[in-house]
Design a protein around this ligand. Structure first.
Ligand code: HEM
Length: 549
């Protein structure tokens, strides 16, 4: 039974959290920033262009960032998050580490955009606009970028480790593209981005010496191209040496990538396979683009739009980061915070069970009737167990005792159903003082003056401490370092002005109230957006806690 309830608890909370974390799926739109940040595209383009003057490769590098962002849980800027206490960055995944580049330019773009329209444009959209500007500035097509994406609060390193690899077979590449809703034409078209930029020897040197364990080079490599590559990437040499992905026009966005493939001059295995794999469905696309740059350009624009549509966060999902490298909201793992999260999730869980019971267990319904009315989000067997539990003798007894006990109260009791021990634990060391006053028979009179329920500020006033129960620890959710600094600074100034007329304790309390950035209820709303490992982790523990209570 305990096992079944544990499963029930885990699945219910997972379902409810999953439901809570679903955002609205609004459509992206070309006019998303037309009133809030009308010249965002021009700002982005100008910073990108400026960056190219000192880094001829940057157009290619920035274009690649959009691909690596979109393929991991959608275009949500997750690639841009730095490693931190709570984030295992995608930047550190194998396909990106010492490979993906241009992050400092994205920072410059973000700064320029924030200066013009603070807090409006997501990092995910910045990557989309940046990719279009880069392709176009390098001589490629232009297209209308659809916008309105929001930024993730988490990264997915494991997802990034599964990005398409240059060593993948054509069928694996096809299935990785199809997994994100892109077809073989998108695969052949988007690979055309290898018309500019560089690749390190380590990503293809297996083709030069020992292809697929044959002890010989890849037979699909043009012999003179093979010699050139062998010179640039000697066996056992430095794997980080750079090579042009398009040996003919390395920095220009054109259709030469496809003519190269026809000449067996595709640099990566994943490139040449598009044409050389026997029966490849992508071969006809390659040949058609080799013959017509305009067809390639037209289709490339469409495929970039398709890629940009991969599961964006929209509406109220995610956030708009002010710094692309970190989420505004972070939950550092420490005991205080873990305790708060556990408490918060445990309360939600309790409320959810209460909601279910009051909705389904009405006076005139039998156990069988309720058991057969399975809520859509609950597994039938688990529902049956839960309903059986409601009707069990133990549960009925507990309800009866609780009702009788509540009816016997002559003075309002402020702690609800919590035990004294639990309440004392919650109040902490300082709370003990309050606890002793309130529950000291000689000081009973005091309780009459305490409104019901005890407002937390009132409690803290009696205690003369800085601990304000039921409010979250300061700094749990920080709105970016700058804002915190500003708030603290202005608090210090205000507090100084007031020193003459107020006691130190009052000033301290006021300072704390001002420093507190979000209330628990607000954070609870934010937590809904966290369908992450972190919260799942906590919620599992919370379940155990609930069950043990
Ligand atoms: C089809 C699957 C793909 C594979 C296996 C692949 C693989 C690679 C690899 C191994 C590199 C070299 C990285 C390095 O040496 O550090 C590279 C570079 C690049 N990729 Fe891809 N790629 C693929 C698709 C794409 C797509 C869809 C785009 C964009 C639409 C893209 C854009 C680029 C660009 C522009 C570069 C050069 C980057 C630079 O110079 O910094 N790739 N790709």
């Amino acid at each position: 039974m305990a096992h079944t309830s544990l499963l029930l608890a885990l699945s219910l909370i997972t379902i409810s959290l999953a439901l809570l974390s679903q955002g609205s799926q609004a459509q992206l739109s070309s006019t998303f920033y037309s009133t809030s940040c009308s010249n965002v595209s021009a700002i982005v383009r100008s910073v990108v262009q400026q960056a190219q003057s000192s880094d001829p490769r940057i157009y290619a590098s920035l274009t690649r960032l959009f691909f690596h962002d979109c393929f991991v849980d959608g275009c949500d800027g997750s690639l841009l998050l730095d490693d931190s206490a709570t984030i295992q960055s995608e930047k550190d995944a194998t396909p990106n580490k010492n490979s993906a580049r241009g992050f400092d330019v994205v920072d410059n773009i973000k700064t320029a955009v924030e200066n013009a329209c603070p807090g409006i444009v997501s990092c995910a959209d910045i990557l989309a606009i940046t990719a279009e500007a880069s392709v176009n500035l390098a001589g490629g097509p232009s297209w209308t970028v659809l916008l309105g994406r929001r930024d993730s609060t988490t990264a997915n390193q494991a997802g990034a480790n599964n990005l398409p690899s240059p060593f993948d077979s054509l069928s694996t590449l096809e299935s990785k593209f199809s997994a994100v809703g892109l077809d073989d034409t998108d695969l052949a078209t988007l690979s055309g981005a290898h018309t500019f930029g560089r690749a390190q020897c380590r990503f293809f040197s297996n083709r030069l010496y020992n292809f697929s364990g044959t002890g010989s080079p890849d037979p699909s490599l043009n012999p003179s191209y093979l010699t050139t590559l062998q010179q640039n990437c000697p066996q056992g040499g430095d794997g980080t040496v750079l090579n042009n992905l398009d040996p003919t026009t390395p920095n220009t966005f054109d259709n030469n990538y496809y003519t190269n493939l026809q000449n067996n001059r595709g640099l990566l295995q994943s490139d040449q396979e598009l044409l050389s794999t026997s029966g490849a469905s992508t071969a006809s696309t390659v040949n058609s683009y080799a013959g017509s740059q305009s067809t390639f350009f037209q289709n490339f624009a469409q495929s970039m739009i398709n890629m940009g549509n991969i599961t964006p966060l929209t509406g109220s999902s995610g956030e708009i980061r002010s710094n692309c490298r970190k989420s505004k909201f972070f939950l550092p793992r420490d005991d205080k915070i873990e305790a708060w999260v556990l408490k918060s999730v445990s309360r939600k869980w309790k409320d959810y069970k209460h909601e279910l019971k009051s909705k389904y267990k009405t006076a005139n319904r039998t156990q069988e009737e309720i058991a057969s009315d399975v809520p859509p989000e609950i597994m039938p067997q688990q529902w049956i167990d839960l309903v059986r539990n409601w009707f069990s003798e133990r549960s009925e007894n507990l309800s009866r005792i609780g009702r009788a006990s509540r009816a016997n109260h002559t003075t309002p009791h402020t702690t609800g159903s919590k035990s004294f021990a639990r309440k004392r634990n919650e109040f902490g060391r300082d709370g003990d003082y309050l606890f002793r006053i309130v529950h000291n028979p000689n000081l009973r009179f005091l309780t009459r003056y305490i409104p019901n329920p005890i407002p937390s500020l009132y409690v803290s006033a009696i205690m003369d401490t800085n601990v304000i129960p039921n409010e979250i620890p300061i700094g749990l959710v920080q709105m970016g370092e700058k804002k915190v600094k500003e708030q603290n600074q202005c608090c210090v100034e205000r507090c100084d002005e007031e020193t003459s007329s107020r006691s130190n304790a009052m000033i301290r309390r006021k300072k704390i109230r001002q420093q507190r950035i979000l209330k628990e209820s607000e954070v609870a709303d934010l937590l809904r957006d966290y369908s992450t490992d972190l919260l799942r982790d906590y919620s599992k523990k919370a379940n155990l806690k609930v069950l043990l209570n």
